[in-house]
Design a protein around this ligand. Structure first.
Ligand code: GLP
Length: 261
């Protein structure tokens, strides 16, 4: 696991943007795992800027979202499907047929979950997975207690997650759905490179557990310690509870250019 402590979220966005750009240059039809919420927005802003500047072509990329609320129609403004279209795939010119999300409005959710797993597998798996981090340590919507071996399935959201996300529902926590369809921790672990972004003091405890805590379903993001290629991009407040912060800074400062992220 590589930890990079960044000066600001703009730097986090640029570094993650570099990873995606490098991938797509070598593989124009790459499979990109995309996250919603505020954490990945600087990455999407960076990628869209590169597309507009003509230095990056994302039109061949296929995307898979991590999660979706249960019960919201795809065009609901707070649905993750609408958000990913608005933040990334529409402005980056990724054709709709190449954009995939768990269908949280399916009639048969377990069947839809299994079908989503097959779709990822048929695409050849995820090349780069972008991730945020919940303040309770969740990744995608794998709340505390999630099986470390879990696959795409229905989960119940914690009260804390619903409160955290109420800002996307006009501040009304009761409007935030209680359930979601989310990729599992084993699904996420199968991605070839995971790039996680976390910013702000509200993420400091979860970031410290993720990087330096014991692997446990209590802090689901800790499952990433078992992954061979994880990049954790943090701003200073999110990194404020790391015991070995100086070591991560030193490692980054002396990293040879040829290594890349
Ligand atoms: C949300 C999403 C996650 C996201 C996380 C952090 O509930 N399901 O995919 O990474 O929680 O959200 P934010 O980036 O808005 O802080």
């Amino acid at each position: 696991m590589e930890v990079v402590i960044c000066g600001d979220v703009g730097e986090m966005g640029r570094l993650a943007g570099d990873v995606v750009t490098g991938l797509v240059r070598s593989r124009p039809d790459a499979v990109l795992g995309v996250a919603t919420g505020s954490s990945p927005r600087p990455v999407y802003a960076d990628l869209v800027a590169r597309v507009r500047a003509g230095t990056l072509d994302l039109s061949g990329v296929r995307t898979f979202s991590l999660d979706e609320y249960v019960g919201l129609p795809a065009d609901h403004p707070s649905a993750y499907r609408a958000e990913i279209r608005q933040q990334l795939t529409d402005p980056a010119g990724i054709p709709e047929g190449q954009v995939h999300s768990p269908p949280g409005d399916a009639d048969d959710l377990p069947a839809a979950a299994a079908a989503y797993e097959r779709l990822i597998e048929d695409a050849g798996g995820i090349d780069v997975q972008l991730l945020g981090l919940g303040s309770d340590g969740h990744i995608a919507f794998n709340e505390p207690g999630s099986s470390l071996a879990s696959r795409t399935r229905v989960k119940t959201l914690t009260r804390r997650t619903r409160e955290d996300n109420a800002r996307f529902f006009d501040g009304d926590v009761d409007a935030v759905p209680t359930h979601c369809l989310t990729q599992g921790l084993a699904t996420i672990r199968a991605a070839r490179h995971v790039v996680l972004l976390a910013a702000g003091e509200g993420k400091a405890r979860a970031a410290a557990e993720l990087v330096e805590g014991a692997v446990s379903a209590r802090w689901p993001a800790t499952v990433l310690q078992w992954h061979p290629h994880v990049t954790v991009l943090l701003d200073e407040p999110a990194a404020s509870r790391l015991e070995l912060a100086d070591y991560y800074r030193e490692t980054w400062a002396h990293k040879p250019d040829w290594q890349g992220l």
